[in-house]
Design a protein around this ligand. Structure first.
Ligand SMILES: C[S@@+](CC[C@H](N)C(=O)[O-])C[C@H]1O[C@@H](n2cnc3c(N)ncnc32)[C@H](O)[C@@H]1O
Length: 228
């Protein structure tokens, strides 16, 4: 099925949020990183301006800057309305209120948009839909990240999660996933089955992080091959 932009509600987080969600140390930030489903987050743009190495994969990158900007504009008021309606599901510390949240998210997405065309030419933004195989070598990246993609979209199913993670783990030494909840802010339906599937061959750690905006969404999974 063709991937259409109207299926996507673009909403992008910042580098500081990525650092907290994935407990990225200074050492980690100097490693080669690939983000799966990075969408309009400003992580790649901000890291690039600090001369650090991030490649982002997302099907929305097949669209032009103008098309993505238009889709952001079309959907932003709906996202803000829904977040307002469900305000009790969030912890309002980092963002003191809905207006601060909107300002930060729009600023992050503008940073992404300003960087998008250059980054695409430089191979930092690659249009790619998981679980399709990527063109990268085995173990090409030290860290693979999934922010608000795997587990959150549990409706994609167990098979999708397994195939996507197999490809991520083929090209990355380790993969970190945040959050472990689904869109209803409950433990993702596929979480336990993914753990069962990869447990034999991989080391899996669930780690509490210093980031919690959606209540209870404060843990990441770190998964890497077991050294047998
Ligand atoms: C909620 S956004 C998260 C954006 C960013 N990671 C962040 O946390 O700010 C989810 C992203 O997953 C992307 N996505 C959806 N299906 C995908 C797939 N099959 N492969 C890779 N990315 C996908 C969407 O295009 C969207 O940009």
């Amino acid at each position: 099925m063709a991937f259409e932009l109207k299926q996507v509600v673009p909403w992008g987080r910042t580098m500081d949020e990525y650092i907290l969600m994935f407990s990225l140390s200074e050492d980690d930030l100097n490693k080669s990183i690939v983000g799966f489903g990075d969408g309009p987050a400003s992580f790649n743009a901000e890291m690039n301006s600090l001369k650090r190495n991030v490649v982002s994969l997302d099907p929305i990158y097949k669209f032009s800057r103008a098309e993505i900007a238009e889709r952001i504009e079309e959907t932003r008021s709906t996202i803000i309305e829904q977040t307002s309606k469900n305000a009790e599901q969030f912890i309002w510390n980092e963002f003191s209120d809905i207006h601060t949240l909107e300002k930060q998210r729009i600023s992050a997405m503008n940073d992404f948009l300003s960087d998008f065309e250059d980054g695409k030419k430089e191979g930092r933004y690659i249009a790619h839909s998981m679980p399709d195989k990527t063109t990268f070598e085995n173990g090409q990246f030290e860290i693979g990240l999934s922010s608000h993609f795997l587990f959150l979209y549990s409706q994609l199913g167990l098979e999708f999660h397994i195939q996507t993670l197999e490809e991520m783990l083929r090209i990355c030494h380790e993969v970190r996933i945040f959050p472990l909840l689904n869109l209803n802010v409950e433990e993702s339906e596929v979480l336990q089955e993914v753990i069962t599937y990869f447990n034999q061959s991989h080391q899996i750690d669930i780690i509490k992080v210093d980031y919690e905006f959606q209540k209870g969404a404060n843990k990441m999974m770190v998964i890497k091959k077991k050294h047998l």
